[in-house]
Design a protein around this ligand. Structure first.
Ligand code: ARG
Length: 256
């Protein structure tokens, strides 16, 4: 994903990087067999010819969960891709248009809260394993080690436009609340997860937004924002699922 979108959508400085190409930074290549529910949320408006833009997670055959800030282009320009680890290879995987977009009503572009959206697929990905929602708030606890998935920038730590994953320890809300700029940018203990490494080196990055943070086989949170990528003292901020699970479940019950 390109930095431009992140800069435009999330409060400017949050997503600015040095201009380097940060996918997941410090991760390893993974397969769509291991993570069949990870979805590339592409758009024809992408700066990349592959369409790469954001990540998402398949939570029902016809529903994906992504970040609200990813939905800044016309709905008709988006398409969900499943089963394509290398976005440069359009011969593999399945594709669906998006028929409906639901943005969490609490989504706030000033403080980045409730950065969650549910999209309905025009053509359901039937037969693909789905990722259940984490509904328990206590799952977000320091010491847990969830894994983040995405096709975003790697800052030259991995191949371009290829699905990567990285284990990013849950640092606990206190860690992000101790960072003044994170508080200023709206980090909220009740609705965010603070994960990564205080020493830097491994993190989600531009283009990973909306992608899944997975713990114990459930969708714990989605990639939301960070100051730069993989920088010391600036962990990744994720939009937590449990506090919005009831609202999401209501959406998952909606028909196409
Ligand atoms: N906002 C970014 C995007 O649109 C995701 C940033 C995540 N950054 C981080 N350092 N964890 O792709």
């Amino acid at each position: 994903m390109r930095i431009s979108r992140g800069v435009l959508v999330v409060a400017g400085l949050l997503t600015l990087t040095s201009g380097a190409k940060p996918c997941i930074v410090g991760g390893t290549v993974t397969s769509v067999t291991e993570a069949p529910w990870v979805i590339a949320l592409n758009t024809t408006q992408s700066n990349s010819s592959s369409g790469r833009y954001c990540g998402a997670a398949l939570v029902k055959p016809d529903k994906i969960v992504t970040a609200a800030h990813c939905m800044d282009e016309a709905t008709s320009t988006y398409y969900a891709v499943q089963g394509r680890a290398d976005l440069g290879d359009p011969t593999v995987g399945r594709v669906s248009a998006i028929s409906k977009v639901w943005i969490h009503p609490g989504y706030n572009t000033k403080n980045n809260r409730y950065d969650i959206a549910v999209l309905t697929l025009a053509k359901p990905f039937t037969g693909v394993p789905v990722l259940p929602l984490e509904t328990r708030a206590r799952a977000d606890a320091a010491g847990a080690v969830p894994t983040v998935y995405g096709w975003g920038e790697t800052q030259d730590t991995g191949p371009d436009e290829t699905l990567q994953k990285a284990a990013v320890p849950d640092l606990g809300d206190k860690t992000c609340l101790a960072n003044k700029s994170y508080v200023a940018n709206g980090y909220a203990a009740a609705t965010n997860v603070c994960a990564g490494y205080l020493q830097g080196g491994t993190d989600a990055c531009q283009g990973d937004s909306g992608g899944p943070l997975v713990l114990n086989g459930r969708l714990l949170a989605v990639v939301s924002w960070g100051e730069g990528c993989a920088q010391p003292g600036n962990p990744g901020v994720y939009a937590e699922i449990a506090p919005v699970a009831k609202a999401l479940e209501a959406q998952l019950r909606q028909d196409r």
